[in-house]
Design a protein around this ligand. Structure first.
Ligand code: 16C
Length: 258
């Protein structure tokens, strides 16, 4: 029994087998590692400009244009109490609850279930006047960073969700909708704070979770810079506040999932 349990835990920690044989796997693995190290870089280097702050939440951006389109990279840091890193990451990744917190959506389709931890999404987003409606096609991968990995630092556990634009024959970019190009990561670390005494159990009051969210979205086609920056300033803080509160409320009465 004990051996079986150990084997099960080992299998959980290792990347899912079917994911590893998928043609997208090398890209998924590489981008996820890159995004983790990008998320863990300090924001105090001077290139990041603080544009929104509320309580523990701080949002930074860099003004950047590509071919005349605003693609401003975003980096946000936040700290919450009462929910674990795994709970945060799971709800961010799972299509089952997306409409409960994501307010920019009209439609979500799961085009492919690459594996238990990796899905391919097609999302139709609400139209922003006066620009054309946007959609996004991306793979989304969730993983726990092994405790032995230096990226885990002094955290109890570390989870990442990485979303990256991709392609699929069932949904070609045929110009009917403008397709955005995105690279997004959501990194969470649980800290047991205040610490619990030996033999005591951890309660939700001991959970402090640090969150880093990084995003680069190329709008894919014409949109006035002023409209983009207005949407950006309004939508990102709204998302991070709403999403974290949603997970805290949803998990409050449940046993902690690490
Ligand atoms: O990361 C977030 N959500 C994930 C799950 O949905 C996933 C999705 C990313 C969506 C990226 C943006 C797609 C285009 C948005 C179109 C405009 C929506 C505004 C509607 C308002 C009524 O990773 C959380 C995403 C949080 C908010 C995203 C806001 C992005 C603004 C960037 C500008 C994009 C171009 C907009 C063209 C007008």
């Amino acid at each position: 029994e004990e051996f079986r349990e150990r084997l099960r835990l080992k299998q959980l920690a290792a990347p899912h087998k079917t994911a590893m044989t998928h043609p997208l796997w090398p890209e998924i693995d590489r981008v996820t590692r890159e995004q983790l190290s990008y998320a863990q870089q300090d924001v105090d280097g001077g290139i990041w400009q603080l544009f929104a702050e509320e309580g523990e939440m701080k949002m930074y951006r860099r003004e950047l244009e590509e071919d005349g389109l605003v693609v401003d990279p975003l980096k946000a840091v936040h700290q919450i109490r009462g929910a674990s890193a795994h709970e945060m990451a799971h709800h961010f990744w799972s299509p089952d609850v997306r409409f409960e917190w994501e307010t920019t959506l009209e439609q979500v389709t799961v085009l492919d279930r690459i594996s238990e931890d990796t899905l391919l999404f097609l999302q139709l987003h609400k139209r922003v006047w006066p620009t054309a409606q946007r959609d996004a096609l991306f793979w989304s991968h969730i993983r726990e960073i092994p405790k032995s990995d230096p990226a885990n630092c002094d955290a109890h556990d570390t989870w990442i969700v990485c979303n990256k634009s991709s392609e699929h024959p069932d949904a070609p970019n045929d110009g009917k909708c403008v397709r955005v190009d995105l690279t997004i990561c959501f990194v969470c670390q649980t800290f047991i704070d205040p610490p619990v005494a030996e033999g005591e159990s951890v309660s939700r009051d001991n959970l402090l979770t640090k969150i880093t969210y990084c995003s680069v979205v190329n709008p894919g086609g014409w949109a006035p810079a002023s409209v983009l920056r207005t949407v950006y300033k309004r939508e990102y803080p709204k998302f991070l506040k709403r999403f974290t509160q949603y997970v805290i409320d949803k998990t409050a009465d449940q046993p902690i999932a690490f």
